[in-house]
Design a binder for this molecule. Sequence first.
Ligand SMILES: [Zn+2]
Ligand SMILES: [Zn+2]
Length: 250
Amino acid sequence: MSQRLRVTGRGVSLPVNTARRLVGALLDLIYPPTCGGCQRAGARFCERCLAEVHWLDAGPVCLRCGRPAPDGQLCARCRHSPPALDAIRSAALFAGPLREAIHAFKYGGRSDLAEPLAGLMAAFWQRCALPADCVVPVPLHPSRERERGFNQATLLARAFAAQTGLTLAVGGLERVRETPPQIGLSASERRANMRGAFRIGVGILPGRRPLIVDDVCTTGATLEACAAPLIAAGCETVYALTLARARLQM
Ligand SMILES: [Zn+2]
Ligand SMILES: [Zn+2]
């Protein structure tokens, strides 16, 4: 597969990604994008909204589940019943302009927000990377993906992998069955709802320390259900990173 694209008739060729970025930048000049967080024209996620992002590495977090923990060790919940995942991290709180942007990204036809939103994950990762060796997006059920036209986790994972240099493993996991919406369910109901929802996919897993990527983590039930087949398949450690985490009472 050619990774290079001839862009002029004078023998100058550019990598596909560079050419795409140049075309994108040119289009942005002609049709300025609007911010997914505040709708102002100029950037896809503007400086003002960026300043309002509540980063989750601003204070100490539980080593396992990534929720705020005063001593930066294991929280009471993880000491009592540790999650199957070796570590869950989320870049920021699911609130304010970031919440608006995620909503626009998933439901408002703004798939162009994948790049700047993954940029937030990459910025977080630069500060607190885990020793993962490949990126696996949380799969949608094929019928849901057809309906939406894309899988938001795949778009985020692809842009995140490109920005961090990690290998992307699309198809590493498959969703076996469609699950009812999780809204309004308790943590244990969510776990029961998600149990057995995923299996190892046809895609080759290019590593033994996968990082599962999703947009939002609420109780972690989806990530746990994704981790189960990876652990059963012999992965050494399984990590997860989400763009945002819903505020939860401990
Ligand atoms: Zn904004
Ligand atoms: Zn914890």
